[in-house]
Design a protein around this ligand. Structure first.
Ligand SMILES: [Zn+2]
Length: 106
């Protein structure tokens, strides 16, 4: 599980990152192991590019309002989309998005 460091930063474990990736929406025409969709901008992310590179992703919390470090509260998004989240509690939005079938347009 993630932990809060003395500096206030959050340290994610390998398992956390794995969960964040698995919790993010899949695309029906892309391999879910390699590509997932950022629920904020609806564009895809490349698993190989953690934090840096093209279509990079980072680990973010789904719900900041009822904050928890649980793996179920983690999701992968683009680093630049962090500032663009819809609201503090995105759990409903994420649920809704995952009910829809998404495909990537190249
Ligand atoms: Zn995005």
């Amino acid at each position: 599980m993630a932990k809060i460091l003395e500096t206030g930063e959050i340290e994610f474990s390998k398992e956390d990152l794995k969960s964040a990736w698995l919790n993010s929406p899949i695309l029906i025409n892309k391999d879910a192991n390699d590509f997932r969709m950022c629920f904020i901008c609806k564009f895809f992310m490349n698993k190989n590019n953690f934090k840096v590179g093209e279509l990079a992703w980072v680990c973010e919390f789904i719900d900041l309002k009822h904050f928890s470090l649980e793996e179920t509260n983690l999701i992968a998004i683009h680093p630049e989309c962090r500032e663009l989240r819809h609201k503090d509690d995105c759990s409903k939005i994420v649920k809704k998005i995952k009910l829809t079938e998404w495909s990537a347009i190249e």
